[in-house]
Ligand binder design. Structure first.
Ligand code: G1P
Length: 279
C-alpha cells in the first residue's frame, strides 16, 4: 500500500436515506449497490487507493449491515469455496485484510459537522479524510479524487474540499465556496456558505462529499452553533479555518454521481454497467 500522510478516512454513515424508502427501511443507504458493490465499498476502495488503511465509520441505529459487510462471513465462504463464485468475494477479502475498521455511533442526528465531531475518537488527532459514500466518484483517466487531494495536501498542509461547478439553480443543495484561484482549478477559500439560495450564492462552485480536514477542526466544531436547517454544519466550521487562509478548494478530475438522489443513482448504475460491459 502507498505511503500517505493521511491514514484515516471517516465515513459519516448515520443518515436515514429517506429518499430511498422503502429500500432503506431496514438497510443502510450506504449498502445500496451499484452493480454488485455497495456504495460504501466504492468509498473504501477510493480511500485505500489514496494510501489510507484505517476506515472510521460513524454509524447509527440500523446500520449493522455495514459492519457485517466488512467482516468475514464464514458460513458463506465455506459454501462457495472451490466454486466459480469464490472470486466474487476476492475484492472484499482484500479490503478486510489490508484495512482496520472502527465504528462509533452518532446517537442523535445533528448534522454533518456533528457526525464528524462524533468520529473524533477514531481519528487519533491526525489530519484525516472524510468521504460521503453517496457521492460516488470515478475517474477513468487517472487516480481517484481522494488520491488527488492527498497530493494537494502534501503541498498545502491545510484542509481541502473537493468542488465542482454546478447548475446555479441548485446551490441550495450544497456548500458553496468563493476564493482566489491560486493555480488552475485550485482556490484559496475566502468564503463558504451552506446551501444558499441561488440569489445569495457567491458562485456556483459546490462542495462535494470529499474533504481532508486538519484536526483543529474538532475544537472549532465543538463551539460551532447550529446553522442551516438547525444542524451543526461542517461548512460553518471550515469557514473559521478559511478566515485564517487554511482551506483549499479543488476542482477534481473525474465524475461525481449524486447517489443520494434517484436520478444520480440510476445514472451511476447505467454508466458503470456500460463501462463494465465494454471493458
Ligand atoms: C453535505 C454538506 C454540503 C455538501 C454536500 C456534498 O450536505 O453539508 O456542504 O455540499 O454534503 O454532498 P448533504 O448532502 O449531506 O445535505
Amino acid at each position: 500500500m502507498k505511503k500517505s500522510p493521511i491514514n484515516v478516512c471517516l465515513f459519516p454513515a448515520a443518515g436515514y436515506g429517506t429518499r430511498f424508502l422503502p429500500a432503506t427501511k431496514a438497510m443502510p443507504k450506504e449498502m445500496l449497490p451499484i452493480l454488485t458493490k455497495p456504495l460504501i465499498q466504492y468509498g473504501v476502495e477510493e480511500a485505500m487507493d489514496a494510501g489510507m488503511n484505517t476506515m472510521a465509520i460513524v454509524t447509527g441505529r440500523g446500520k449493522r449491515a455495514i459492519e457485517d459487510h466488512f467482516d468475514i462471513s464464514y458460513e458463506l465462504e465455506s459454501q462457495i469455496k472451490g466454486t466459480t463464485k469464490e472470486k466474487m468475494l476476492a475484492d472484499i477479502r482484500h479490503i478486510i485484510d489490508k484495512c482496520t475498521f472502527s465504528y462509533t455511533r452518532q446517537i442523535e442526528m445533528r448534522g454533518l459537522g456533528h457526525a464528524i465531531l462524533t468520529g473524533k475518537t477514531l481519528t487519533n488527532f491526525q489530519p484525516f479524510a472524510v468521504l460521503l459514500a453517496d457521492d460516488l466518484c470515478v475517474n477513468n483517466k487517472g487516480v481517484g479524487v481522494l488520491s488527488q487531494m492527498v497530493e494537494l495536501y502534501k503541498k498545502y498542509r491545510c484542509s481541502i474540499v473537493a468542488i465542482e461547478e454546478i447548475d446555479p439553480q441548485h446551490t441550495d443543495k450544497y456548500g458553496v465556496i468563493d476564493g482566489d484561484e491560486i493555480a488552475p482549478g485550485i482556490y484559496r477559500v475566502r468564503t463558504m456558505v451552506e446551501k444558499p439560495a441561488p440569489s445569495d450564492a457567491p458562485t456556483n462552485l459546490a462542495i462535494i462529499g470529499r474533504y481532508i480536514l486538519t484536526p483543529d477542526i474538532f475544537d472549532i466544531l465543538r463551539v460551532t452553533k447550529p446553522g442551516k436547517g438547525g444542524e451543526i454544519q461542517i461548512t460553518d466550521a471550515l469557514m473559521r479555518q478559511a478566515e485564517q487562509g487554511a482551506v483549499i478548494a479543488y476542482k477534481f478530475q473525474g465524475k461525481r454521481y449524486d447517489c443520494g438522489s434517484i436520478d444520480g443513482y440510476v445514472q451511476a448504475t447505467v454508466e458503470l454497467y456500460e463501462a463494465e460491459k465494454y471493458k
